[in-house]
Ligand binder design. Structure first.
Ligand SMILES: [Zn+2]
Length: 624
């Protein structure tokens, strides 16, 4: 598939993005029971199943959350897969109340909030219930507690605020997912209850996808540096909040590869800008919401391939001709934007929906035109299925058309990792979704638990103050170089890139020579790299030195053998070099230093790299 490269001037369109990071925390039990916080193997057949249906309850302020009502309309039949195993007990099945929460997890929550400079940690942990009617939690709510507010992270030239750090239970994981119109959904209960932290950044503080990527990577790295974050696929999930000027806050979920974030953000920008264009177009055509009347016309007699239980209904959409084939994302039209929403809410597959701009073959168009009596600029949508679902879908479609005149709906949307586009998941949840949990008593927090002094350099301090990027930091941490690196850059701040280069070289040698990383890191790299930076030893000796250390020597024992003073080569040698180079290379310029280096190295194998480098500098200097 050809993917369209999008490029935006982000400040011109007023992009604002923020993150909600959900990361599983290391623990030896689940948050509210003593089950093992581990996933079961994927292929395991469940020992038994049970089923639930969901309905919304009143929020703290006595109202129903509008998002919850839409969830309720989906009327899912939820089937849970359960196993006779140590990972699932009666708590996950909602057959017993929660046990006392895992205190280690709560403590980790405070470690995290201290690390992110949070100014206001709570005195008491109070668990709340956050409604979820998608079936991912059998109780219909997730238990969640706020740990602290008002932290921050530094990027190169700005602070990004951390609004909240929370502790909560992970939801069950959806399995056997084939079809968005299917009203039966399946969940495996093993993931439910695994301790999570949720870190919410201010959604106005990042203004480019690059900043968002840096932010996400720095948060993930911080959790690993703190030693609290689990590792592996699915242990960290990032939702992105995104809006453009005149648009709305939309939440993107299901981002698997965070490094692809620019693509996902760009495609949502495309969508918001396209929807704003469509809105202006509709208003210019003089359309108002009274044009969209809930008069649905039975067109079953003009529709082919209807089974006995099916009907087909149409809605007339005056002056809307041409709107449905407008592109709202690369390879996605406005009709698909509307229909994927109706599909998910009403459970009718998209193939049973059609519109006048590109009518399906199952319509008898001649008869349709007779029945609907359209004007030239009018449009229609026709949906077939069982009558109740069809009318439900048309109502939702009409509602969405009215919204198209007013704003971009605030929605939670799921990213399709293959196309990069996104699709409707649910209406964004409001504040009425929370209410207090009466099962768990408040837990008082001591000051020593609240304020952890963390004796670790924060990755964003390195990132903001030294010429390195987040990928470098990721490399350093993954290879266990992070703490040695922080020591060294503090001593030699102007040599940051060189220090990084030495670690990269060391990592290469470790892989090539299959050396034991642990043996090496136990001896510390700091002395070795100090000597490399101050030219006491040559880069060329690095491999020998590492192999020696791996065989049991300490660096101090062997370093004398490798120490040397880098001398400049003699004038005589220099002249010889110049002749060879002039013969080999037509022109000497800055771009072929690498080539020059290898030419010299072949002719003078006894010279150290540093000596050659110096000679090249001198020759280039001479030419200029
Ligand atoms: Zn359990």
């Amino acid at each position: 598939m050809v993917t369209q490269e999008l490029n935006y001037n982000y400040s011109e369109i007023g992009l604002k993005v923020g993150l909600e990071v959900h990361a599983q925390l290391i623990s030896n039990r689940k948050l509210f029971c003593h089950c093992k916080p581990q996933l079961l193997p994927a292929h395991l057949e469940p020992d038994y199943l049970f089923e639930r249906r969901f309905r919304p309850v009143l929020g703290e302020m006595g109202d129903f959350d509008s998002g919850m009502l839409v969830e309720f309309e989906k009327s899912y039949r939820v089937i849970y897969e359960t196993f006779n195993d140590y990972n699932i007990c009666t708590y996950e099945m909602d057959e017993t109340p929660p046990f006392m929460p895992c205190m280690k997890t709560i403590q980790n929550g405070f470690k995290i909030s201290s690390f992110f400079n949070c100014a206001s940690p709570v005195d008491e942990i109070i668990f709340n219930r956050k409604q979820y009617l998608d079936g991912s939690i059998p109780t219909g709510f997730q238990r969640t507690a706020i740990i602290a507010r008002d932290g921050f992270i530094n990027l190169k030239d700005k602070n990004v605020r951390i609004n909240n750090v929370l502790i909560e239970e992970d939801a069950a994981r959806r399995v056997r997912f084939y079809d968005r119109s299917d009203r039966n959904v399946y969940f495996n209960l093993d993931r439910l209850g695994i301790p999570l932290t949720e870190i919410i950044t201010n959604h106005e503080d990042c203004t480019t996808p690059e900043e968002l990527l840096q932010l996400g990577m720095l948060i993930g790295l911080s959790l690993r540096i703190l030693g609290v974050g689990k590792r592996g696929i699915g242990t960290i999930r990032q939702d992105v909040n995104i809006s453009v000027s005149g648009g709305s806050r939309v939440e993107l979920k299901g981002i698997q590869d965070f490094r692809q974030i620019k693509k996902y953000v760009d495609r949502e920008i495309f969508r918001q800008l396209a929807l704003l264009d469509i809105k202006n177009d509709l208003l210019e055509r003089g359309i108002n919401k009274n044009d969209f009347q809930p008069n649905f016309i039975d067109v079953s007699s003009a529709t082919r391939d209807l089974t006995k239980a099916m009907v087909a209904f149409a809605v007339r959409l005056p002056k809307c001709k041409g709107i449905f084939i407008r592109q709202v994302q690369p390879e996605k039209t406005f009709s698909e934007e509307l229909f994927d929403r109706c599909e998910l809410i009403a459970g009718i597959p998209m193939r049973n929906m059609t519109h006048s701009d590109d009518p399906a073959s199952w319509l008898d168009l001649l008869r349709i035109n007779e029945v609907l009596n359209l004007h030239e600029k009018d449009a229609f949508v026709i949906i077939k299925g069982d009558q109740k679902s069809v009318l439900h879908a048309l109502n939702r479609l009409r509602e969405r058309m009215i919204q198209a005149l007013e704003c971009i709906p605030q929605e939670t949307r799921r990213v399709n990792s293959i196309t990069g586009n996104n699709e409707f998941l649910r209406v964004i949840h409001g504040k009425d979704r929370m209410y207090s949990d009466t099962d768990t008593p408040p837990i008082s927090i001591s000051d020593e638990m609240k304020f952890h002094s963390v004796d670790l350099i924060k990755p964003w301090e390195l990132f903001a103050n030294f010429p390195i990027d987040v990928f470098d930091l990721d490399f350093l941490f993954d290879n266990e170089f992070y703490s040695d690196f922080t020591t060294l850059v503090k001593e030699y701040p102007e040599n940051t890139r060189a220090i990084l280069g030495h670690f990269q070289k060391i990592s290469c040698i470790i892989h090539q020579q299959n050396l034991g990383r642990q043996v090496l890191s136990k001896h510390g790299y700091t002395n070795l790299i100090r000597d490399l930076i101050t030219n006491k030893i040559s880069k060329d000796s690095l491999k020998d030195i590492l192999v020696k250390i791996d065989s049991g020597y300490s660096y101090d024992e062997i370093k004398e053998k490798y120490e040397f003073i880098i001398q400049e080569i003699s004038l005589d040698q220099y002249r010889k070099l110049k002749v060879i180079l002039d013969e080999t290379l037509n022109s000497l310029n800055q771009n072929n230093r690498k080539k020059m280096f290898y030419v010299i190295k072949t002719h003078f194998p006894m010279l150290k790299s540093e000596q050659i480098a110096k000679a090249i500098e001198k020759m280039i200097g001479g030419i200029n």
